[in-house]
Design a protein around this ligand. Structure first.
Ligand code: ADP
Ligand code: ZN
Ligand code: ZN
Length: 757
């Protein structure tokens, strides 16, 4: 027998390394197994086998695998193929993908490899309560209950709860309930067990496969049924379909139908959502549809919960439904039939830092094309990339352009802030058009949402005499002024300092707050509408999950009338009482230094406008802007996606931006500004030589050009249509390898971001 070799993915920024497998180990390992290998001086690392083969690697001394630490695969061949693709496409290593994919308790580690064999690998067990054998007849049970009644009221109540939850018809035949599902305290339940009324069994936590007949459906409307048929038809010809459905059209109901069908075929479903703080409403809806079988996966779960989910899924061969954020795309879902990417345009599907800098949406499309699932991308305002892919026939395309039921589109008005100010009709940053609508809504007992994409009281303070403005000593960005606490704070690094009352530069005047943020709007609105109950929801409030939840609940239940907020209030919300939505300053959205600024402005305005008039009432939306003639604002106001897409795609083509070209950003970081400048110039020069001078920009500072004491420079590489992305990536890799060998510049850390959001 010839010697076997294994390529092993190690948790490092390295390509898989080859090791020999001894005969005795060859029998117990497989692709996906976890093994320990020697590396460097006396160090032991654990990793995962990605390939087993007989080709002798081209080095003199080949080390052998030391031991097998977990023989059942931690990753299936499909997953390993996915990791390889992500590593290739996003220019990182399979080790980095593995680090993102495995929950921390399973993560291979340089220090100790016993993590792999930890008991945590066994699926969690659960305690199930059932009626004790001795009392499984009506007579015996009623005697036992009577005996409790006079003095043991808590135990009696717990027995009632138990009978109620299990169902009186099932208790005598051994019907059981999870102990954690009981409200009675542990002490009371223990007494009942000791007293011979209940018994406990330990069972493996269920694999949570969902019985198709338990899924609860709503009846689809005619338009929804037509759209669903069209999606199914499209899936005959396409692996991926874009569902372009206006806000309130009931896209979620379509996802539920598609998911139910996939589950009924015994296959699994992955439902991806943006990283919103506010997914609770949607998860509740999915729970109503799919019951307790729904698996929820996001980064706020405990390490243990994530590990259990990972193992449970890897052992199941279908029938699972998982709802999760970006990282859920890396879960080991076998027999995956459908991936739903809800709000596919959202930028949180792209991971920016650290590697792997992958897009979960684009990964879902890859899985559809290579691993045999179907992917549905849904949005009211699709990304131009997805829209273009649908337009050119790469994806199927289904449009749903009516709202469900009586829901009407809001009537949208553009309100000119400059004209309003000139006429003296602007008070507290609110034009007359908007304040009139707010007054009417309040008089009718309806609710109002006001959107402003700046936090704090004012975005910056400025000296009226010399023009000095407060900047973060660490990041260089302007500091936000907070009236509460009278302080300046950096929204990037959290640096905070008291607001100066005398200008630190000229020592003459007092710097004044400029512009306005949510804190100030909250104050102005409370002054303008003294009887209204006003609340605020932004990144500062969201620092406390419980505070955020209580703000949402209060608004949901009508205890507050006006909600002022940032981006957070634009998505995922479905509040029936809202009749007026105001965008306080659309100009902030437009002025972002980014080729996507206009697309994003359109998306944000349409999404927030969609929060008004969701059920039976005509909502009203007022967009305040100093540029009432701006075409993006006009398109957003009329909700004309096609007009926006036509204009933007024309510009993108003219200037060579996605979807007509691909972009790769290379970022360089170092504490020495001189060194990073020197290195970045050198790298840009080399890239221009290798790839071509027009395809590579000079090194330039990105929007955030300093983080803490680290200076950042960026180089952008553009891959025009027709050029081979793989070739360009290989040249970038070559340039970076050379860079890493240069004794002077190698201390600069570099990172590559493919398709930046
Ligand atoms: P979208 O995700 O497209 O914005 P939703 O799925 O949130 O729209 O639907 C908007 C509202 O209409 C929700 O309150 C939803 O419960 C309701 N709805 C949509 N379709 C149906 C249906 N077929 N039956 C009952 N209610 C529906
Ligand atoms: Zn000054
Ligand atoms: Zn800072």
């Amino acid at each position: 027998m010839s010697t076997l070799y294994a390529d092993i993915i190690l948790p490092l920024a390295l390509r898989p390394l080859s090791f020999a497998i001894g005969d005795e180990l060859a029998e117990v390992v497989d692709v996906g197994s976890g093994v320990a290998v020697p590396l460097g001086e006396g160090k032991v690392y654990t990793g995962i086998i990605s390939r087993i083969h007989t080709v002798r690697p081209p080095f003199k001394r080949i080390k052998s695998v030391l031991s097998v630490v977990r023989s059942e695969p931690l990753a299936s061949p499909s997953q390993l193929a996915l990791w390889r693709w992500i590593a290739d496409y996003y220019m990182c290593t399979e080790g980095e993908v593995m680090r993102a994919a495995l929950p921390s308790l399973l993560k291979p580690n340089a220090e100790s490899h016993d993590l792999f064999t930890n008991e945590v690998f066994s699926l969690g067990c659960e305690q199930m309560l059932s009626l004790a054998e001795g009392v499984r007849s009506e007579e015996a049970l009623s005697q036992a209950l009577e005996a409790l009644l006079p003095r043991r009221k808590a135990q009696y109540a717990a027995m009632m709860e138990f009978c109620d939850k299990v169902g009186t018809d099932k208790i005598f035949t051994g019907g059981a309930i999870a102990r954690r599902a009981m409200e009675a305290s542990a002490a009371v339940i223990n007494k009942l067990v000791e007293g011979g009324l209940l018994q406990v069994a330990r069972v493996e936590r269920s694999t949570r496969e969902i019985a198709a007949e338990l899924i609860s459906h709503t009846t689809l409307s005619e338009a929804q049924t037509t759209a669903l048929d069209a999606i199914n038809q499209n899936f005959g010809r396409h692996q991926s379909v874009l569902l372009h459905g206006v806000t309130g059209s009931g896209k979620t109901e379509l996802y539920i139908s598609l998911a139910a069908k996939t589950l009924a075929e015994g296959r699994s479903v992955l439902y991806l959502l943006p990283e919103l703080a506010l997914t609770e409403q949607l998860i509740e809806r999915l729970r109503t549809a799919f019951g307790e079988g729904l698996t929820v996966y996001h980064s706020h779960l405990t390490a243990r919960a994530r590990t259990e989910t990972y193992i449970r899924l890897s052992l199941s061969d279908g029938g699972q439904i998982v709802v999760g954020t970006r990282s859920a795309i890396l879960l080991p879902l076998n027999n995956l039939g459908l991936i739903i990417v809800d709000e596919e345009h959202d930028s949180s599907f792209k991971q920016e830092d650290p590697a792997p800098r992958f897009s979960a949406r684009d990964t879902a499309v890859w899985i559809a094309h290579n691993l045999g699932a179907k992917t549905i991308l849904g949005s009211a305002t699709p990304s131009l990339e997805s829209f273009y892919n649908a337009y050119t026939g790469k994806y199927g395309y289904v449009r749903l352009d009516e709202r469900y039921g009586e829901g009407q589109f809001p009537q949208v008005t553009i309100s000119d802030t400059i004209r309003s100010a000139k006429r003296g009709e602007r008070k507290g940053h609110i034009n007359k058009e908007l304040s009139d609508e707010i007054r009417t809504a309040l008089a009718e007992g309806r609710q109002v949402m006001l959107f402003q994409n700046r936090r704090g009281f004012a975005p910056y303070i400025e000296c009226p005499d010399c023009g000095w403005s407060g900047r973060c000593p660490q990041c260089g960005v302007t500091l936000t002024y907070y009236k509460k606490g009278d302080k300046l704070r950096c929204n990037l690094c959290g640096h905070s300092e008291p607001a100066p009352h005398k200008c630190p530069s000229c020592n003459v005047a007092e710097p004044q707050p400029q512009g306005f943020g949510t804190e100030k709007i909250e104050e102005c609105v409370a002054e303008l509408f003294p009887s209204a109950r006003v609340a605020r929801l932004d990144g500062d409030v969201a620092q406390s999950a419980s505070r955020m939840r209580s703000v949402i609940r209060a608004f949901e239940s009508g205890q507050t009338d006006i909600l002022v907020g940032t981006q957070m209030i634009t998505k995922g919300f479905d509040f029936e009482g809202v009749s007026v939505v105001g965008v306080l300053n659309a100009d902030n959205l437009l002025c972002r230094p980014d080729f996507r600024a206009e697309e994003r402005t359109f998306q944000t305005i349409v999404q927030i406008a969609g929060r008004a008039g969701r059920k039976d009432n005509h909502g009203r939306t007022v967009i305040q802007t100093a540029q009432p003639d701006n075409h993006t604002i006009i398109h957003a106001a009329s909700g004309d996606y096609y007009a926006m897409a036509r204009t933007q795609l024309r510009d993108r083509e003219a200037f060579g931006y996605p979807p007509f070209a691909r972009i790769i950003n290379i970022s360089l970081r170092h504490t020495s500004a001189e060194l990073v400048t020197f290195g970045a110039r050198k790298l840009a020069r080399r890239l221009k030589e290798l790839i071509g001078p027009e395809a590579v920009t000079d090194a330039h500072p990105p929007v955030v050009s300093k983080l803490g004491d680290v200076f950042i420079l960026e180089i952008m590489v553009r891959i025009e249509r027709g050029a081979s992305p793989a070739e360009v990536k290989a040249l970038i890799t070559q340039a970076l390898v050379e860079f890493g060998r240069d004794k002077v510049v190698r201390r600069i850390s570099t990172s590559v971001n493919v398709d930046p959001a």
